[in-house]
Write a protein that binds this ligand. Structure first.
Ligand SMILES: Cc1ncc(COP(=O)(O)O)c(C=O)c1O
Length: 419
């Protein structure tokens, strides 16, 4: 919590709100929010020379982040009060922030990637990936005729801004906002032969795919499909982009869903759980893509803010604790088994599928009424697919006991379908 304090300048928690929290949490929240911003003690005036501590951050930034920003001031900010920002050595000045560089480094070191780009949401992460793919292809084909199109898949969801929506399949999300950026081809999820034909056309800048589809109805790719896409992209010079906004960061029981299949992408988008509810999005990329990006090609005001990145580092600490991911796998397996037992007599349940703690219950009727009934009974679920799938994406810290309780509520609410 100490590390969050420099970025919290808000008033202490109001007594009424604080009273609603359990006492230990109340104490922690109050301690965090009520503490005045500590300003580092000044050391020396700036000489233009970086201290060793500042130099480490500057060097890591150059090593682990996509170079979209030419940093005007080589100053590492660690705190702010009023109009002043304070650098790592305690000098007030007008950079770099430590949590951002630390998070980029941690994610790069834990993944296939060489560098990271920060955004604020999943859709923004995919927008960045779209731009990076176009720019990469342009650099690779300097004499013109660079491939500019995209392959995506049925039931996919990549976000609601205009680029990501152009790559999203659901008619309901798309139709009111057409026309889109041209050049998206939707291929049936899992149909490698069809995908290969399009990729081999030579027009494809990148293939966007979710290794596990969430909104589309909890569909899990196969090794053959993803490996086939990898090979086809390599042959055609197209980039392979995995959207792990929903299935990444431990959701499947693996840190990254791509690890299940042993197939690595060229880029990967992340968001949702990374900062535990605070707005964040990221694209992790291979060096060859980062090398094609110049200062100013892309950017964002709030992406990678120190407060949000510090929260994300705390999330990452938790997910990477020994045994955490194994527990997600085990809880998910037990939960699916439990659901299969409890729902076995329900004739409307067609399939229960998933991996880790991303689970779908496919029905032969609309799932909305059951999801509403579960909410009334205290269990928050979502629909997916064509509205016929109950989507369960519980917090990864959920206990076996809580999952048992949820399974009972789901059984009772779905049994209403029979009558
Ligand atoms: C796979 C996938 N990609 C992208 C997004 C868009 O993320 P955001 O809502 O943060 O823009 C989502 C959101 O549900 C998602 O599930």
């Amino acid at each position: 919590m100490n590390s969050l304090q420099p970025f919290l300048t808000v008033a202490p928690v109001k007594p009424a709100a604080a009273a609603m929290l359990p006492s230990s949490r109340r104490a922690r929240v109050s301690a965090c929010l009520a503490t005045p911003v500590p300003v580092p003690a000044p050391t020396a005036a700036r000489t233009g020379e970086l201290s060793a501590a500042s130099r480490d951050v500057v060097e890591d930034e150059a090593r682990y982040m996509v170079g979209t920003y030419k940093r005007g001031a080589r100053v590492v900010f660690v705190a702010g009060r009023g109009c002043k920002l304070y650098d790592i050595d305690g000098r007030d000045n007008v950079g770099y922030t430590v949590p951002q560089v630390e998070l980029a480094k941690r994610l790069v070191q834990a993944s296939f990637a060489d560098r990271a780009f920060f955004a604020n949401s999943g859709t923004e992460a995919n927008e960045a990936a779209i731009k990076f793919a176009r720019k990469y292809q342009r650099v690779m084909c300097p004499d013109g005729d660079a491939p500019t199109e995209f392959v995506c898949f049925t039931n996919c969801f990549h976000g609601r801004t205009m680029g990501s929506l152009a790559l999203t399949s659901k008619v309901h999300y798309r139709e009111p906002f057409e026309p889109f950026m041209p050049g998206s081809t939707f291929v049936e999820y899992g149909n490698l032969e069809e995908a290969k034909k399009v990729i081999q056309s030579g027009k494809i800048a990148a293939v966007f795919v979710e290794p596990v589809q969430g909104d589309g109805g909890i569909h899990i790719a196969t090794n053959e499909f993803l490996q086939g896409l990898r090979d086809a992209c390599d042959e055609a010079g197209a980039l392979l982009v995995f959207d792990e906004v929903q299935c990444g960061l431990g959701r499947t029981g693996y840190l990254w869903a791509y690890e299940i299949f042993g197939v690595e992408p060229d880029m990967m988008s992340l968001a949702k759980p990374l900062a535990n509810g605070l707005p964040i999005g990221m694209v992790l990329v291979k060096e060859k893509i980062s090398a094609a990006i110049d200062y100013g090609d892309h950017g964002t005001t709030f992406g990678g803010s120190p407060f949000v990145c510090r929260a994300a580092l705390t999330v990452l600490d938790k997910i990477q604790k020994p045994g955490f991911l194994a527990a997600v796998s085990k809880k998910g397996e037990n939960f699916r088994q439990l659901l299969k037992t409890k729902l076995s007599g329900n004739s409307h349940v067609k399939e229960i599928r998933g991996i880790g703690l991303i689970v779908g219950i496919e029905l032969d009727v609309p799932a909305g009424p059951s999801v509403d009934a579960c909410l009334d009974a205290g269990v928050f679920l979502l629909t997916a697919g064509k509205g016929n799938v109950v989507r369960l994406v519980p917090p990864l810290i959920i206990s076996e006991k809580e999952l048992e309780q949820a399974a009972e509520v789901i059984r009772d609410c779905l049994s209403a379908l029979e009558s």
